[in-house]
Write a protein that binds this ligand. Structure first.
Ligand SMILES: [Zn+2]
Length: 207
């Protein structure tokens, strides 16, 4: 079987995301890309995370041809493929429905750049890609276009997508995004927080 280690790593990431409440039921999907071979290892469609084993993962190319796997790949494989095609620095993708981030997505509202970690690890505010049906080419195209050079993007009325050099990095970004969304939600209930771009204007010139 190809990619025994990658299969284990992607499975571990999927379980961790589930255990930490970033997804409900069988939603969410995770992959790692082998750029040299042009193949991704992705979680299968609709399988319970408690039952998922490394051998259930699916190996496919960016055109969707399954190279290895008995189960169908995640229906969001196109989303992953668009991101790998668009940016050469992306080696892992984590798509979650984490609740606070997804709440911003349901409002078509970016997660504002309030927390220094969001600036440092994700590149700033998390913007919202236009609504498209799950699994569609349009969804993948819109996400790849909207993410730009940042590490995360929201999918309108759907969820969040985080990227990194590896699937573990992508999961870390997914946690930062959810944390930033939760804190932004709290801040917005208390007052009108200023985004970091605004705050940094007040810094003395030597900064
Ligand atoms: Zn989804």
């Amino acid at each position: 079987m190809r990619y025994p280690d990658l299969r284990k790593r992607v499975t571990a990431v999927a379980r961790k995301a589930y255990d930490r409440g970033l997804v409900a039921a069988t939603s969410g999907n995770y992959s790692q890309f082998d750029r040299e071979a042009g193949l991704m290892v992705i979680t299968p469609s609709g399988l319970d995370y408690g039952l998922m084993a490394p051998e259930d993962l699916v190996v496919l190319d960016l055109a969707g041809h399954v190279v290895e796997g008995d189960l169908p790949p995640s229906s969001e494989w196109r989303l992953h493929a668009h991101l790998y095609k668009m940016r050469r620095d992306i080696g892992g993708v984590a798509h979650t429905h984490s609740p606070y981030a997804t709440a911003f997505a349901t409002l078509d509202r970016p997660i504002p750049n309030l927390l220094i970690e969001l600036q440092m690890f994700c590149g700033g505010a998390v913007n919202v890609a236009p609504f498209a049906l799950p699994g569609s080419e349009e969804l993948g195209e819109g996400a790849a276009r909207t993410i730009g050079d940042r590490k995360a993007v929201l999918l309108s009325h759907h969820g969040a997508v985080a990227v990194g050099e590896s699937v573990e990095d992508a999961l870390k970004v997914a946690f930062w995004v959810e944390d930033a969304a939760r804190i932004a939600h709290l801040a917005l209930t208390i007052g009108q927080p200023r985004e970091l771009e605004e705050v940094s204007k007040d810094l003395p010139a030597e900064y």
